[in-house]
Design a protein around this ligand. Structure first.
Ligand SMILES: CC(C)(COP(=O)(O)OP(=O)(O)OC[C@H]1O[C@@H](n2cnc3c(N)ncnc32)[C@H](O)[C@@H]1OP(=O)(O)O)[C@@H](O)C(=O)NCCC(=O)NCCS
Length: 382
């Protein structure tokens, strides 16, 4: 039993370093420490643009002018209303459902509301239309699935708020202040797109069978849930709180050292691509933490713990924070429930996923790799 290609040469566990896709969407320029989105630096975009402008850049291919931006924001508002059976489905979710699983179930469910011909249409126009609709609906679905699962009343979209303000409003159940809105919008932009993480790859693999965008995004949600991927931002908050409970800043260093001695991972550190460098998104977002620490009685100490863990990881392992590290603390200080951290990441990333599915369908090659078979040799049945 043999392959035409030599598995000892071609087997690359985890596809590390493999170029699987030719894309115009984004690249991690590790040398320059930049995340490039359609030619722009993501950090510059996060500093100067709103999430919806960057989402437009990804989905429609260019940064919008003021009129196009207003049109896109209106479009997201108008398309945001979900068919009423979605509310019924949310009520049927088993109480223990993770919000990521609620998102996965509901995005899959929404496919059935499309005209069957339009659902299977893989043209860029159809994908952009369907993708924008999925993005528009996800804030309502995410906030309200959480609310329903936790016995809180459903909250309708705010009639005038922008995409991210409305999302935060539905999560918190109250009008967010200016600082919260600004920081939240920046976190969404930092999450919007990141080249070829597992979830984006998953979406492209599914799309490559010419399956529809709902299926591709449903698969990406399942991928993003994993603790080695999007799930890390929740894990960061739990870790910082655990250190606080065990004695706070004075025990933080030993906590990290003991975990490392047990060969355990510290969530929010390391990255497959820029393993030994500072994730530029983490550097940008960290600067917003000091203005939030007064919002929580233990905010100051949590930030102290945050800094000690970061220093210890640098000293002990030469590892730096990735984006999930500051986000874990920022969302906690904004008063966002921890089970919503990864679902929020998914909502933000949907713009990137739509761009990738659209690109995959527009220039498709079915993904179908081979294996290094190490099972038994051929044996005839008795
Ligand atoms: C993201 C991640 C999965 C990438 O891992 P990877 O490319 O598979 O790298 P490896 O698992 O081969 O790790 C390489 C080395 O760094 C160590 N390492 C990597 N991330 C680590 C972490 N967060 N904590 C402790 N050690 C870590 C590994 O133990 C290994 O050390 P060794 O060579 O001494 O055995 C990994 O860094 C991780 O698990 N991070 C925590 C989860 C996280 O924050 N994910 C969000 C990513 S945006």
């Amino acid at each position: 039993m043999s392959n035409t290609t030599d598995p000892t040469k071609n087997y690359i566990p985890g596809l590390e370093g493999v170029i699987a896709v030719k894309t115009e969407i984004s690249i991690l320029d590790v040398e320059k420490g930049k995340i490039i989105i359609r030619g722009y630096d993501l950090i510059e975009l996060a500093q100067k643009k709103h999430y919806t402008e960057v989402a437009h850049l990804l989905i429609k291919g260019h940064l919008p002018n003021q009129e196009e931006h207003e049109q896109f924001v209106n479009d997201l508002q108008n398309k945001g209303k979900v068919p009423s059976p979605v509310n019924e489905l949310m009520r049927l979710l088993p109480r223990n459902t993770h919000v990521m699983d609620a998102q996965r179930t509901i995005v899959s469910f929404l496919a059935g509301f499309e005209d069957p011909e339009f659902l299977k249409d893989t043209s860029p126009e159809a994908n952009i239309e369907k993708g924008t609709k999925i993005l528009a609906r996800l804030p309502y679905i995410t906030a309200n699935a959480y609310r329903e699962l936790n016995g809180l009343p459903i909250i309708d979209s705010h009639p005038t708020y922008s995409f991210s303000d409305n999302f935060l409003y539905m999560i918190l159940g109250k009008e967010p202040d200016e600082v919260s809105r600004e920081v939240f919008d920046k976190t969404l932009t930092c999450y919007v797109e990141h080249e070829m993480p597992n979830s984006t790859f998953t979406a492209r693999v599914i799309a490559s069978t010419l399956s529809d965008i709902y299926g591709a995004i449903t698969g990406a949600i399942a991928s993003l849930k994993g603790p080695l991927h999007g799930g890390a931002n929740e894990a960061v908050a739990y870790m910082l709180l655990e250190i606080l409970e065990k004695g706070g800043a004075s025990v933080a260093k030993d906590y990290v050292k003991e975990k490392l001695a047990r060969k355990e991972r510290i969530m929010g550190f390391g990255h497959r691509v820029y393993m030994r460098k500072y994730d530029p998104r983490a550097a940008l977002l960290k600067d917003y933490i000091p203005q939030l620490i007064d919002r929580h009685p233990q905010g100051k100490e949590l930030y102290e713990i945050y800094q000690i863990v970061e220093e210890t990881m640098k000293e002990e392992k030469g590892l730096y924070p990735n984006v999930d590290y500051p986000v874990g603390l920022i969302y906690y200080l904004l008063g966002i429930p921890i089970p919503l951290f990864t679902p929020i990441f998914l909502v933000a990333r949907t713009a990137g996923l739509v761009a990738h599915v659209t690109e995959q369908h527009a220039n498709n090659r079915l993904f179908r790799p081979r294996v290094w078979y190490v099972g038994p040799e051929y044996r005839p049945l008795d």
